[in-house]
Design a protein around this ligand. Structure first.
Ligand code: SF4
Length: 370
């Protein structure tokens, strides 16, 4: 589908139809090959697209970190290292140890080395510094290593709804989002497909990709894997979902989540630093943390904010989200089978204010003025 076609669809107001069917138009069934075959060597890295190695209009002069790694061949090498980790899979802290190279499935249910993508779309509902005028170029991956009982996308994350996609097709999707004018490539729930995504960035970089990569993650990442993303990801967008092991175990089957996510967030901050918008209000690099307030303090909001204020700069970008609503199995847990009250939410925002956190998401900060 061409860029002009996409824009025309937006113009006549049937963009939602594009969102629903666009992927199936572009991404047919296909086997996923190892990155050595997909990424190619130096020859495939040097294409006419490299001649314009600058930025796109949507990024306002920004040049993504991965270009240098692509040119040197390091990006392809990182993809190969990550791919090899699937032999006894420890791509995430779940560390199932299954052989995905032989087709086995671990807890996340990713089908071996097959890549499954649920949707590709410019998204206008993300944080404003990611959305700008033209949207965040969102690629939503199927399956998940957490499986929260309240997941609002469980058809995708747990049931695995999506399309088998090759690395080449994923790279093409990235380039189509760039052609549309998206400000970034926003990979959603990427962890269990980290090797595929890095390989696709390498392919897409050879064909002219110049947008920053947003790693839109549950936050539950291994530091060892994050180190392999150093110089590839420009924007980390992690959740910090829970403060206590008990609640992380009860609601996401991962008691180690709080501690492991804290280590991961520190590594993310080390790599990209504080998110600072450019003159157009767009963030091209930095750490942006999300925290979802849950009923009855089930996500430990005050403790999460205490940790951020105590371990990261006070101008760390924090989006304190109010939109929790019960989905999936949440109705089996009476404590979280309702929405958050305005008073519950305001208490958390006030707490952030008292801690001295200065870079709250604009939608969060609005509550401080009311
Ligand atoms: S990515 Fe999936 S298979 Fe690999 S360790 Fe995590 S949950 Fe297990």
């Amino acid at each position: 589908m061409s860029t002009s076609t996409v824009k025309a669809l937006v113009g006549v107001g049937i963009f939602a139809i594009f969102v629903a069917v666009g992927l199936s138009l572009r991404l047919g069934p296909s086997a996923t090959a190892a990155p050595s075959a997909q990424s190619g060597g130096a020859e495939s890295r040097r294409t006419p697209a490299d001649a314009h190695s600058g930025s796109t209009p949507a990024t306002g002069g920004f040049v993504p970190a991965y270009l240098e790694l692509h040119e040197s061949g390091e990006l392809a090498e990182r993809a190969r290292q990550l791919w090899a980790m699937m032999e006894s899979c420890n791509l995430c802290p779940r560390a199932c140890g299954v052989n995905r190279l032989a087709g086995a499935q671990g807890f996340c249910r990713a089908p071996g080395t097959q890549l499954v993508v649920a949707s590709v779309q410019p998204h206008f509902g993300e944080e404003r510094p990611l959305v700008g005028q033209s949207g965040s170029g969102t690629i939503f991956f199927s399956h998940c290593n957490l499986r929260c009982v309240f997941c609002q996308n469980y058809q995708i994350s747990i049931l695995g709804r999506g399309n088998r996609t090759s690395i080449e097709q994923l790279a093409t999707a990235m380039l189509e989002l760039q052609a549309f004018g998206s400000h970034n490539i926003n990979v959603v729930t990427p962890t269990h497909y980290t090797p595929h995504i890095v390989a696709a960035i390498d392919v897409a970089a050879a064909r002219g990709l110049r947008l920053p990569i947003v790693w839109n993650t549950s936050g539950w990442e291994r530091v060892e894997v994050l180190r392999l993303l150093d110089g590839i990801v420009d924007i980390y967008l992690p959740d910090m979902k829970f403060a206590s092991a008990d609640e992380a175990a009860q609601f996401a089957r991962s008691p180690g989540y709080p501690e492991e996510t804290q280590l991961a967030v520190l590594e993310m901050h080390r790599q990209v630093g504080v998110a600072v918008p450019n003159s157009n209000g767009i963030v091209n690099r930095g750490l942006m943390i999300r925290h979802l307030v849950m009923p009855d303090s089930a996500s430990g909001s005050k403790e999460v904010l205490d940790w951020i204020a105590g371990n990261l700069p006070l101008d760390t970008y924090v989006n304190i989200m109010e939109q929790y609503s019960p989905h999936h199995e949440a109705f089996n847990h009476q404590r979280i089978a309702r929405r958050v009250t305005a008073d519950e939410y305001r208490q958390i925002v006030d707490h952030a204010h008292h801690l001295g956190l200065t870079n709250l998401d604009s939608r969060t900060a609005r509550w401080l003025r009311e």
